[in-house]
Design a protein around this ligand. Sequence first.
Ligand code: DOR
Ligand code: ZN
Length: 343
Amino acid sequence: MTQISITKPDDWHLHFRDGEMLNETVPATARCFKRAIVMPNLVPPVTTKAQALSYRNRILQASDVDSFTPLMTLYLTNETTPSMIKEAVSEEIPAAKLYPAGATTNSDAAVSGIEALYPVFESMSDAGMLLLIHGEVTDSHVDIFDREKLFIEQHLAPIHDRFPDLKIVFEHITTADAADFVLSCDQHVAATITPQHLLLNRNDLLVGGIRPHNYCLPVLKRNVHQRRLQEVVSSGSSKFFLGTDSAPHTKHTKESACGCAGCYSAWSAIELYAQIFDDLGALDKLEGFASHHGPDFYGLSRNSGHITLTKTSWRVPEKITLKNGDDIVPFYAGQELNWKLST
Ligand code: DOR
Ligand code: ZN
């Protein structure tokens, strides 16, 4: 097959950042995605309805495409109350994000006793607001490669048992344990999967030298976990959908003695997914993953337009230079891809 056309896709997990950076990140996503679930881990985080709506306006101003729709999320903290949820839940703010404190970039303000948030989860369940979870424990004694698996046992399974009607998205899953947990749950639990976790494993981070541009959180895992993620997306299961976790950091903050976590994949995301599904012999499952399963789970309508991808080779740029002179190294920089979005 040399060309495919799919329903216009959505990105169910990404980081736009704020300020000048929006002029870079928003057009990159709006070039092919109709909607995107926007992560709230700004500094300070987006914790209230007013902050989310004002952030939404800044994103809309930076979009060069009229039809792009940002879907906002609230950042849950120990100060979040059920009334803040009731006030915020809407078409514009369909979800809230749970970051365990210290789990990732700008998560210092996040939740330090997850059970303390149970009244908030109850109000989310009642209001039909989705709970998006960064599923890793953060205890310093737990090995970084085991943090997702332990989160399932210690927190995710108990939350799902206690709030069976709450829709939960287990974000950017990285392990066979997470994929199998999601498959074992009823229709209230689903997961997003990034391009990097399908394409790479921890050898791509550590063999032959540390590769800071492949460093993200949750960290890349063993190849058996990568293989299981590939299997579940190839199966066409509606419990898994596209969430790039595109997360820009400047070149100097990634290429550093203490480099930031995050892969900026927006300029190549849909093409990377097409290549992955093609290599897996599952190109017929791309549309479900990219364009159907997400809106179906969120209870939103599927998009009406289409995008076309053509089999043609191109090279991801080595760097992107922002107006202020900072460089960003995009995910897969300098490497060749064999699918391209047709304009
Ligand atoms: O790699 C990551 N980067 N994982 C996250 O969970 C957050 C993100 C970021 O904001 O940089
Ligand atoms: Zn993220």
